[in-house]
Design a protein around this ligand. Structure first.
Ligand code: FAD
Length: 488
């Protein structure tokens, strides 16, 4: 058939994976095109994920901080929230970033084709033009011929089938739209996304219930970290339902009536003004016509790839949420660079670029709650489950001058070092966790230490500035090494 556009690299999806792949590919001299169904670049992360949630969480954290200043002798009046203005602020933040991406694409001469992409075969993609925020199809379509494709089509929120269609039942995108502050809100799913949104709404005035199937909130993080967050946040919740399934819901004039069933059989019910479904995300793999290109898509919609981010079809790569867990923007970006480099290396005959691999040892996780909870690498729970002997260095922030000065000494920093016999008492760092304000900003240092194979002496002897929260990482290493004599 006729071809409208030709390129060396086609990138399907304009999220953190997609734009990073396209920019790297263009920087390496390849003719690159992005196909994106929405009007702006940035994907879930910039438009309805990482960034808007953090814009709102920042405001919530400042409000909570100010509320607590009364104890320190400074009183403010009760906050009055203008939700329209707050929403406008969030939109402005998004606009700044997506606008910046648009400018960067232009600067690199990477065109974005607005439309819904579907593979025709392993070298052609059909793009049905879309318009408006609702992605209506305009009826016009184009065919792109490509040498290589990078699939970066991301994921979407899982919808529980028994929830009725009702504007009081939302996913994270609906919650971020911030239409109004409910009196009573239910969060279905006690993971990071649900708890971050819950933090925002509760600071704005909502009472929270959370329901979670597992036996604890924020799965994946060590319980000692989560416990600190939970103690500080207990006042936000009326009910924390653990080991409990949400089994039914009906829309009534009084609210959304939701039925729960504990794993032990206990039944209960609640009525809510807003229900947030935050039970996970599902990859978009089955919606791309991938089979026409011969690309294998797994049963759950993930696209299997090798360490070079290559699918089973040699000229088609995939990156980001669509290739698997963890579904995080920073993972997508690094995978993107690998895919673009392998393609550029192959096309330009640059053997060292063509050898690029995704070989990160660890990928950090952060809950941007208040306090923040951050962890990377091996957790204590995993060490226990896998029978890995670790030496722990834990530094409580009650001994941190800066945390005390900030009036926020509830946190701690924990490092885990290899304590197997082969390590001879000089084991490398395997993991770490931090709970406390700014934990997310500090976890990168622990990730670096793991990537560099640092041991407790390396970290403990690295001079950290005083007085900072980051100092706690050096102190935790000294605790593990047994040389922590004086505390700041
Ligand atoms: P996406 O960002 O999902 O982008 C995929 C793009 O492809 C979309 O723009 C989509 O419109 C487009 N697309 C899909 N199919 C087609 C098609 N057929 N044709 C054309 N275009 C198509 N991660 C973090 O690291 N830190 C955080 O703090 C964080 N907070 C989050 C908060 C929320 C509320 C949510 C929902 C997610 C959060 N995430 C966070 C996760 C993060 O947003 C994702 O990991 C990241 O966006 C994945 O990037 P991606 O490029 O793989 O896909």
């Amino acid at each position: 058939g006729p071809v409208d556009v030709e390129c060396e690299v086609l990138v399907l999806g304009g999220g953190p994976g997609g734009y990073s792949a396209a920019f790297r590919s263009a920087d390496l001299g390849l003719k690159t095109v992005i196909v994106e169904r929405y009007a702006t670049l940035g994907g879930v992360c910039l438009n309805v994920g990482c960034i808007p949630s953090k814009a709102l969480l920042h405001v919530a954290a400042v409000m909570d901080e100010v509320a607590h200043l009364g104890d320190l002798g400074v009183e403010f009046g009760a906050p009055s929230v203008n939700i329209d203005k707050l929403r406008a602020h969030k939109e402005k933040v998004i606009g700044k970033l997506t606008g910046g991406l648009g400018a960067m694409a232009k600067m690199r001469k990477v065109p974005t084709m607005r439309g819904l992409g579907q593979f025709l075969d392993a070298h052609h993609l059909r793009v049905e033009e879309t318009s408006g925020t609702a992605q209506e199809k305009t009826g016009s379509a184009k065919v792109v011929k490509f040498q290589y494709a990078i699939i970066a089509a991301g994921s979407q929120a899982v919808r529980l089938p028994f929830f009725p269609q009702d504007e009081r039942i939302v996913d994270s995108t609906g919650a971020l739209a911030l239409k109004a502050v409910p009196k009573k809100m239910l969060i279905v799913g006690g993971g990071i996304i649900g708890l971050e949104m819950g933090t925002v709404y509760s600071t704005l005035g909502a009472r929270l219930d959370v329901v979670e199937m597992m036996d604890g909130l924020m799965q994946g993080a060590d319980r000692d970290l989560v416990k600190v967050w939970q103690k500080m946040n207990a006042k936000r919740f009326d009910n924390i339902l653990l080991k409990t399934k949400t089994v039914g819901a009906e829309a009534t004039p009084e609210g959304i009536k939701v039925q729960f069933e504990g794993l032990d059989g206990t039944k209960s019910e609640g009525v809510y003004d807003l229900v947030l479904q935050a039970v996970g995300r599902t990859p978009n793999g089955k919606k791309l016509g991938a089979e026409a290109a011969g690309v294998v898509v797994g049963e759950r919609g993930f696209i299997p790839v090798d360490v070079q981010m290559r699918t089973n079809v040699p000229n088609i790569f995939a990156i980001g949420d669509i290739v698997g867990q963890p579904m995080l923007a920073h993972k997508a970006v690094h995978e993107a660079h690998v895919a673009a480099e392998v393609i550029a290396g192959t096309l330009k005959g640059d053997a060292s670029l063509a050898k690029a691999q995704f070989d990160a040892r660890v990928i950090p996780s952060v809950a941007y709650t208040d306090p923040e909870v951050a962890w990377v690498g091996l957790t204590e729970d995993q060490a226990k489950a896998q029978g890995i002997k670790v030496k722990k260095g834990l530094f409580p922030w009650t001994a941190s001058g800066r945390a005390i000065a900030n009036g926020r000494d509830e946190g701690f920093t924990k490092l885990l070092f290899d304590d197997s016999p082969e390590a001879h008492g000089h084991g490398r760092i395997l993991g770490g966790g931090i709970v406390g304000t700014h934990a997310g900003d500090m976890i990168g240092e622990i990730a670096l230490a793991i990537e560099m194979g640092a041991d407790a002496v390396d970290i403990g002897k690295t001079i950290h500035p005083h007085p900072t929260l980051g100092e706690s990482i050096g102190m935790a290493a000294e605790v593990a090494h047994g040389s922590c004599t004086d505390l700041p």
